[in-house]
Design a protein around this ligand. Structure first.
Ligand code: VGL
Ligand code: ZN
Length: 205
């Protein structure tokens, strides 16, 4: 059972990451029920929302000739070029309609600057521009963070790793996550999470 200092962070459970969406994660909609059950249990509840302007630098369509899922070099490092997704104010950027988003204490939007992506809920992809979530969680008294959502190998993984580096105790519930798994990204994300002390609760067993 969650204790008073436990926070649940639900990453990007939005239409565009669910089947039928612009950047669909296989089985993404299957986690909505389990996530709703968790939202009822935790005393501190945060939802993140990927929230890009149409001219966002992470969209392949904004790089003439670039194919979706190719990798480019940005001033802040390597960046996967995604199909356009989660454009501010669109239905694709909205939460899955069955998600109990009214339960959230805080909805944190990220990726809203055109020139830089933000996988992590804590820092943009330069790994140093803060989103403000650390201060929110610390002032709420959160010490242990449980992550669920989409996608395990990108936004969930980067968020969990940053949280561990910031000194939070971190658990990822894999049963309430789904992955993109692009060129070994899932195995790499799992290894990187374990490396910094994130506890991965496996989907089975
Ligand atoms: C995500 C790719 C691009 C995610 C967001 O939520 O994992 N992945 N934008
Ligand atoms: Zn995005």
């Amino acid at each position: 059972m969650p204790a008073p200092h436990d926070a649940l962070i639900v990453i990007d459970l939005q239409n565009d990451f669910c089947p039928g969406g612009a950047l669909a994660v296989s089985g993404g909609d299957e986690i909505v029920g389990p996530v709703n059950a968790l939202l009822d249990q935790y005393p501190i509840r945060v939802l993140t929302q990927d929230w890009h302007p149409a001219d966002h630098a992470s969209f392949a369509s904004n790089h003439p000739g670039a194919a979706p899922f190719s990798v480019t070099e940005m001033p802040y490092g390597a960046q996967v070029l995604w199909p356009g997704h989660c454009v501010q104010g669109t239905q694709g950027a909205a939460f899955h309609p069955d998600l109990h988003s009214d339960r959230a204490d805080l909805i944190l939007r990220k990726g809203f600057r055109a020139g830089i992506d933000s996988y992590s809920a804590f820092f943009e992809n330069d790994r140093e521009t803060p989103t403000g979530l650390e201060g929110y969680l610390r002032t709420r008294g959160a010490t242990h963070l449980t992550f669920v959502g989409l996608a395990l190998d990108f936004c969930v993984g980067w968020s969990a790793i940053d949280a561990a580096r910031l000194g939070f105790s971190v658990t990822v519930l894999e049963s309430a996550c789904r992955a993109i798994d692009l060129d070994g990204s899932l195995a790499a994300a799992r290894a990187a999470m374990i490396e910094v002390g994130v506890v991965l609760e496996p989907a089975h067993g």
